[in-house]
Design a protein around this ligand. Structure first.
Ligand code: UZR
Ligand code: MG
Length: 224
């Protein structure tokens, strides 16, 4: 019987620093960590042309394949490997190949709507919202989209005003209330250290490190 993993959700607006937090936690926690970017669960849009795909609202919850995300998160939490889809931002579409992802003790789900779906919220053990000012986020977004995702400045600005900003206000920002912890600015060292300590403590209290005494709080619960 495998021990269920400890799952963390990291949400926040575009450019908030979610990926940086997720990566830094993964590097410092000293355990194998599985990162699940929810971008990988954008729907397969192969039936559309490039122009049609460029017009899709990728900041709306309907852009994601929630069933597949729930199914794969659940499988990983149960200790089963999954064939995770991969996403290509340059062509706005899911790639043909999938990647085999093995389950680990720590799972980090990361993306704008990580704290949106009720079922997923229940699967998470720790819910984090990264809160960063909108001006900082758009500047980072411009940098990233132009340098890494092959976009032009005009297009990034237009998309931001037309969909990114309104969808953020309607769907992303309200999920802040689902968070256990709100951290200001992405790569906040103290916040990342606290998250890392919490994860390590949870792993120990769940008896995942052999030889450790059970947590006193848990020992009152008796057998389940
Ligand atoms: P993060 N996105 C694209 O720009 N193109 C796509 O094909 C798919 C997604 C953007 C998406 C969202 N929005 O704001 C952002 N748009 O990726 C989420 N428009 O990614 O959290 O890393 O910024
Ligand atoms: Mg990111």
């Amino acid at each position: 019987m495998s021990i269920p993993s400890f799952a963390i959700g990291i949400a926040g607006g575009t450019g908030a620093g979610k990926t940086t937090v997720a990566r830094t936690v993964a590097e410092t926690v000293g355990e194998a960590v599985t990162r699940i970017p929810i971008d990988n669960y954008y729907k397969d849009l192969s039936h559309l042309t490039y122009e049609e795909r460029a017009d899709v609202n990728y900041d709306h919850p309907s852009a994601f394949e929630w069933d597949l995300l729930r199914e794969q998160l659940d499988a990983l939490l149960m200790g089963q490997p999954v064939e995770m889809p991969q996403y290509d931002f340059e062509v706005h579409n899911r790639k043909d190949e999938r990647v085999t992802v093995e389950p680990t003790d720590v799972i980090v789900l990361e993306g704008i709507l990580s704290l949106y779906d009720e079922d997923i919220l229940e699967m998470l053990d720790l819910r984090v919202y990264v809160m960063t000012d909108a001006d900082v986020r758009i500047l980072r977004r411009i940098d990233r989209d132009v340098l890494e995702r092959g976009r032009d400045l005009e297009g990034v600005i237009e998309q931001y005003l037309e969909t990114v900003k309104p969808m953020h206000e309607q769907f992303v920002e309200p999920t802040k209330k689902n968070a256990d912890v709100i951290i200001p600015e992405g790569a906040n060292r103290m916040a990342v250290d606290l998250l890392t300590e919490k994860i390590q403590a949870e792993l120990v209290s769940d008896g995942r490190e052999p030889g450790d005494e059970p947590d006193s709080e848990l020992s009152f619960e008796g057998p389940t």
